[in-house]
Design a protein around this ligand. Structure first.
Ligand SMILES: NC(=O)c1ccc[n+]([C@@H]2O[C@H](COP(=O)([O-])OP(=O)(O)OC[C@H]3O[C@@H](n4cnc5c(N)ncnc54)[C@H](O)[C@@H]3O)[C@@H](O)[C@H]2O)c1
Length: 328
C-alpha cells in the first residue's frame, strides 16, 4: 500500500513511519513536511529515506520511504505528491490551543486550508482512504467520558479548525465516496516527543534538568494519556479496516488519570534511573484549562478492533527510558 503521510517528520509521524515500515504488510511511504517543527534528522532516526524534489514526486514512482519538503497550504504540491497514493494520513497541523489563540489566521491556513487541500488532492487523484488526525478540541467543555455523539462546542481556533476538518471529511465521504476516517486522539505521549509542550514530555525534561515539575492548579485535573505505539496501531487499523468510511472515533484508553499521578510516577522513575527526586511545584491554574477529560472508546473497540496495550505506568517507563537513551 502506498501511503502519503503529511507532517511525517513530527512526533506522531515518525512513530507512524516506524510502525508501518516494521509491519508485515508491504508499505511504500511518502512524507510531506515543511520542517517547521519536525526535522529531517527526526525522520532519519527511524529509517533511511530518499529526498525527492517537489516536481519529481509526481512521476508515479514510489520508494520505500521518501520525503518531500513543502507546506500543506500549497495546493499544486498536494495534487502532485498524492499521485499514485492508495491512502493519505493527514497529520500536518499547527498543533495546540495556545498558538491558535495567539495567531488564529496561521492556524486556519495550516489546519483548515491544509486539510481541504489534501481532501481535494485525494478526490482528484482517486485515492481510496483518508485518515484525519483530530483531537478532543472540537468537543470543548463536556462531562466525561466524551464520545462521538456529543455536540461539539470548540472553545479555541484550534478546536474550530479541527471541527472544520471533521466536517469536510464527512462531506467528502457523503458527496464523493472518499473513505474518510476521523480519529480524535487523546493526550499522546512516547518516544520522539522531545520537542512537545505536552505534560509528559515537559515533566521528563524537568526531571532531566533536576528541576521540580510544574503543575498548574492542584494537579487533580484529569487526562486520557495514550502511549504513541497504541495510537499508531489505531492509525494502522483505520487505514485497513473495511466499512469505516465516514466515521469518527475517539482514540484514547478510556482511563482517567490525574496530572499529579503522572508527575508522581515520573518522579518515581527519576529515583529509579537517576537516583534523584525532582519534587513538584504548584503554580496558578491556567485559564481555560479543562478540568476532567477522558474518552469512551467503545466505538473504536467495536468497529476498528482497537485495544490499547499500555497502561500509564508501562507507557511512562518506556518513554522515560527513550529520553534517557537520547541524552547519552
Ligand atoms: N500529540 C498529541 O497529543 C495530539 C493530540 C491530538 C491531536 N494531535 C494531532 O496529531 C497531529 C500530529 O501531531 P504531533 O504531536 O505529531 O505534532 P508535531 O508538531 O510533532 O508534528 C506536526 C508536523 O507537521 C509539520 N507541519 C506543521 N505545519 C505544517 C504545514 N503547514 N505544512 C507541512 N507540514 C507542517 C511539522 O513540521 C511537524 O513535523 C496533528 O494534527 C495534531 O493536531 C496530536
Amino acid at each position: 500500500m502506498k501511503v502519503l503521510i503529511t507532517g511525517g517528520c513530527g512526533f506522531i509521524g515518525v512513530n507512524l513511519v516506524e510502525k508501518l515500515l516494521q509491519s508485515s504488510e508491504d508499505y511504500a511511504l511518502r512524507v510531506i513536511d515543511n520542517l517547521s517543527v519536525g526535522k529531517k534528522e527526526d525522520l532519519a532516526r527511524v529509517s533511511s529515506f530518499i529526498e525527492r524534489g517537489r516536481g519529481e514526486a509526481g512521476d508515479g514512482h514510489w520508494d520505500r520511504l521518501e520525503l518531500v519538503v513543502g507546506d500543506v497550504t500549497e495546493k499544486s504540491l498536494a495534487l502532485n505528491v498524492c499521485k499514485g497514493a492508495d491512502a493519505v494520513v493527514h497529520l500536518a497541523a499547527s498543533t495546540g490551543v495556545i498558538p491558535s489563540v495567539e495567531d488564529p489566521e496561521q492556524d486556519f491556513a495550516s489546519n483548515v486550508v491544509g486539510t481541504f487541500n489534501y481532501l481535494e488532492a485525494a478526490r482528484l487523484n482517486g485515492i481510496g482512504r483518508f485518515v484525519f488526525a483530530s483531537s478532543g478540541a472540537p468537543l470543548g467543555e463536556q462531562v466525561p467520558p466524551v464520545h462521538e455523539e456529543m455536540v461539539p462546542h470548540p472553545i479555541s481556533p484550534y478546536g474550530a479548525g479541527k471541527l472544520c476538518g471533521e466536517a469536510y471529511c464527512s462531506a467528502y465521504h457523503g458527496s464523493f465516496g472518499l473513505e474518510t476516517v476521523v480519529l480524535r486522539f487523546g493526550n499522546v505521549y512516547g518516544p520522539h516527543s522531545k520537542h512537545k509542550g505536552s505534560v509528559v514530555a515537559k515533566f521528563i525534561r524537568h526531571i532531566m534538568a533536576s528541576e521540580p515539575l510544574p503543575i498548574y492548579g492542584d494537579g487533580n485535573q484529569t487526562r486520557d494519556f495514550i502511549y504513541v505505539e497504541d495510537l499508531t496501531e489505531a492509525i494502522l487499523l483505520a487505514l485497513n479496516r473495511a466499512d469505516v468510511g465516514g466515521e469518527i472515533f475517539q482514540i484514547a484508553t478510556h482511563r482517567e488519570h490525574t496530572v499529579a499521578e503522572a508527575a508522581e510516577e515520573l518522579n518515581r522513575l527519576g529515583e529509579k534511573y537517576l537516583s534523584m527526586r525532582s519534587g513538584i511545584v504548584f503554580e496558578n491554574e491556567r485559564r481555560g484549562e479543562i478540568r476532567r477529560n477522558y474518552s469512551d472508546i467503545s466505538k473504536a473497540r467495536r468497529m476498528l478492533g482497537f485495544e490499547p496495550r499500555h497502561d500509564l505506568k508501562q507507557g511512562l517507563e518506556k518513554t522515560f527510558r527513550w529520553f534517557l537513551e537520547e541524552r547519552r
